[in-house]
Design a protein around this ligand. Structure first.
Ligand SMILES: Nc1ncnc2c1ncn2[C@@H]1O[C@H](COP(=O)(O)OP(=O)(O)O)[C@@H](O)[C@H]1O
Ligand SMILES: [Mg+2]
Length: 431
């Protein structure tokens, strides 16, 4: 087991055919041809020994590229990668002691489940063999010649015997021991993915890298396999970096989550901390489903916020952090679950129901802010709110919602960074 340290990692690619470097239209000049597209910048991340780190972000943000750099399948433009106390920058993939699981399983189609799982084990020990002399070559020939025979008649060298033990114990762990003789095409998607996991686990590497391993599974199987992977990782205690674009996977699986956008880390924190204290608007919107609502409001010191639809006095702890925004617009953030069905009042939001989504356990509304005072409003904004499932609402109905004051977030309108109050009441994740 080992910690993984990523130090100031950069990666750029030459543009692919037909792809132009952003903001340059004249792509025929020599300078432009030499231009690179930078897909990862200044990545600094320490994954602790045994930690389950989820790397999450929208499609194209650089997740797979980062994983491939760690695995050694791609070369870095700059930076250092440490696995344990080894600097692995220049090591080829097979010397890094890392196993990777891909979205598309990447199993060998002509090999049985058994051989797929055994493959890495056999390959790894074949290097040692040459130095150990002729008897191993003979043993290997015997293994090959008797491979097709029923199990009891097969010749097993010492090496094969240890491979056999390992394959069987991993197969039992993953509950695929009854599938060992099948070919990948004779398996369901979920079974294939377990074989791919098995192949990674069998090698007992220092680090697992998983790139969207559940994306090809249907929703139910995805939820089940998600839980299995987490349990397995706990059992094995192997340092894991798990890539996904799915915030639910990130929230439910990770000890910590690293959020990537545009090739840069946005925040690294435990799931609830990301939910409770997002560092910027991107994180606030990405984590949580449905996403946080954003409403531009004007701030008036000491504690008043207003817009055409409502005016609200904030809890006192906001005073000093917001002072410098006096008279300016700031972005208020509020999650759908932190708007509470209420009564008409100045401090409440008037919303007109546009869409009702009844999920059984919860009901979500898409609703528009209505300018009840017929003032001039630039706000024509749809918000998402959660209401109790037993509350029946009609389309077009107008409802009033109060904001839970302690659950309000603010963001700087220019930098989009979160504004944190100086002395807010302690949040659940704070020990
Ligand atoms: N071999 C490559 N050559 C050029 N550009 C690439 C290459 N691989 C990935 N990219 C670009 O790098 C960016 C990040 O890709 P990727 O790491 O696959 O994103 P993600 O896995 O987050 O969806 C994308 O814009 C992609 O087009
Ligand atoms: Mg990817």
């Amino acid at each position: 087991m080992a910690q993984v340290v990523l130090e100031n990692i950069y990666k750029s690619f030459s543009p692919r055919k037909g792809e132009s470097v952003a903001a340059t239209s004249n792509s025929d000049t020599k300078e432009n041809r030499a231009d690179k597209i930078t897909v990862l910048r200044r990545i600094n991340l320490t994954v602790a020994d045994g930690e389950f780190m989820v790397l999450v972000g929208p499609s194209g943000c650089g997740k797979s590229t980062l994983l491939r750099l760690i695995a050694g399948l791609e070369s870095m433009t700059g930076g250092n990668i440490w696995v344990g106390d080894r600097l692995v920058n220049r090591l080829p993939p097979k010397e890094r002691d890392i196993a990777m699981v891909f979205q598309n399983y990447a199993l060998y189609p002509h090999m049985s489940v058994y051989d797929n799982i055994a493959f890495g084990l056999r390959r790894r020990s074949s290097g040692d063999m040459q130095s150990e002399g002729f008897s191993h070559i003979a043993a290997d020939l015997l293994v090959g010649a008797t491979k097709k025979l029923p199990k009891g008649l097969r010749y097993l060298s010492d090496k094969e015997r240890s491979v056999d033990e390992r394959v069987n114990s991993v197969a039992q762990l993953l509950q695929i021991d009854r599938l060992l003789n099948r070919l990948p095409k004779q398996l369901s998607g979920g079974q294939r993915q377990r074989v791919a996991l098995g192949r990674a686990i069998a090698r007992n590497p220092q680090v697992f890298l998983m790139d969207e391993p559940l994306s090809n599974l249907d929703a139910k199987l995805r939820t089940e396999t998600r839980a299995q992977i987490v349990k397995l990782q706990r059992q094995l205690g192997t340092t894991t970096i798990y890539v996904t674009h799915d915030q639910t996977e990130a929230m439910t699986m990770g000890d910590r989550i690293a959020i990537l956008d545009g090739g840069q880390l946005q925040q690294v924190a435990p799931p609830l901390e990301l939910y409770n204290r997002p560092a910027n608007r991107f994180v606030a919107e990405f984590i949580g489903s449905p996403p946080m609502n954003f409403i531009p409001v004007e701030f008036h010191a000491p504690l008043l916020i207003t817009n055409d639809d409502f005016r609200l006095t904030l809890p006192e702890y906001w005073g000093s952090a917001l002072q410098k925004y006096d008279g300016r617009t700031i972005i208020l953030g509020i999650r759908p679950e932190h708007l509470i069905l209420s009564v008409p009042a100045n401090k409440n939001l008037p919303l007109k129901v546009e869409l009702v989504e009844n999920l059984g356990n919860d009901t979500y509304l898409a609703a528009k802010l209505t300018d009840v005072n017929f003032q001039n409003t630039a706000l024509n904004q749809t918000l998402q709110v959660r209401i109790p499932p037993d509350k029946l609402v009609r389309l077009g109905e107008q409802l009033w919602f109060s904001l839970i004051p302690e659950k309000i977030h603010f963001f700087d309108p220019e930098t989009e960074l979160a504004i944190f109050p100086k002395n807010s009441p302690s949040l659940p994740f704070e020990k």
